[in-house]
Design a protein around this ligand. Structure first.
Ligand SMILES: [Zn+2]
Ligand SMILES: [Zn+2]
Length: 267
């Protein structure tokens, strides 16, 4: 069985729990360790029960709590070489500012962003994505039979992304912003250009177009994720994805910053 739940989703922090058989992992941890533990408890989970933390890239909303949680509970951190390098550089700069010593006792597993690997009962296929980070990946996670595709930070769809997400039973899909809300909103122009640019984030219509381009024949769950609180509205994201699927907007799940979303199971 494969099941998953989100503890938080959005620019203030992302954290997804995925379980296959007896293996439970986090994908990203952009909440503080303390807040992550609190939210795990809401789902009936202890942090010690996690096998690893899979990291997509070094942005704070994905990596912010990873090292603290991993160090406290002895969890392995799984990431690309580029993500590790970017994180270490940021860490060194921070420690130099604070005059603190290195305290890096975290176990890491370096991965190739195009090579599948396994963590006990969980099969993981990372895939590379265009995003403004050093070596970002996203993940397809499987129990061997069913697949969950996770895509939270994407400048724009590529043939590789479409191939990797095709045929999944479940998708957690970025719907970052509505183009008119982003461009008509109060962000500085450079930031709008970054978010809306080819290495930024996926808008609702682009997410819908990506969904329409996929093999959707096995889909049981679609969840709109990483919504901007400034530049999007849940009903806009749902309507866009529902348009691509020809379903009712209520069928599209929603990952929120405050709550994430509850357990979903694949059968
Ligand atoms: Zn990012
Ligand atoms: Zn992000």
């Amino acid at each position: 069985m494969l099941r998953f739940t989100s503890l938080a989703s959005g620019s203030q922090g992302n954290c997804l729990v995925v379980e296959s058989g007896a293996t439970r992992v986090l994908v990203d941890c952009g909440l503080s360790a303390r807040e992550t533990v609190r939210r795990l408890a809401r789902r009936g989970l202890e942090p010690e029960s996690l096998r690893a933390i899979l990291v997509t890239h070094e942005h704070e909303d994905h990596l912010g709590g990873v090292n603290a949680l991993a160090a406290t509970y002895g969890l392995e951190v799984v990431l690309t070489r580029g993500t590790l390098a970017a994180q270490r550089e940021a860490d060194t700069a921070r420690r130099a500012d604070a005059g603190a010593a290195a305290s890096d006792g975290v176990r890491t597993q370096l991965i190739d962003g195009r090579a599948p690997f396994a963590i006990d009962d969980l099969e993981v296929r990372p895939f590379t994505v265009p995003h403004d980070a050093r070596e970002p990946v996203q993940y397809v996670l499987s129990d061997g039979a069913r697949r969950l595709g996770v895509l939270t930070d994407l400048g724009g769809p590529t043939a590789h992304v479409i191939e990797m997400l095709s045929g999944c039973e479940a998708l957690v899909l970025e719907c970052n912003h509505a183009l008119d809300l982003l461009w008509g909103g109060g962000y500085p122009r450079w930031l709008k250009a970054r978010i809306g640019g080819p290495l930024g984030h996926l808008d609702n219509d682009a997410a819908a177009a990506l969904l329409a381009a996929l093999d959707r024949s096995r889909l049981q769950h679609v969840i709109a994720a990483h919504l901007s609180e400034q530049n999007n509205r849940p009903e806009l994201a749902r309507a866009a994805l529902a348009g691509a699927l020809g379903c009712a907007p209520e069928w599209i799940g929603l990952a929120t910053q405050a709550e994430g979303f509850g357990w979903r199971e694949l059968d």
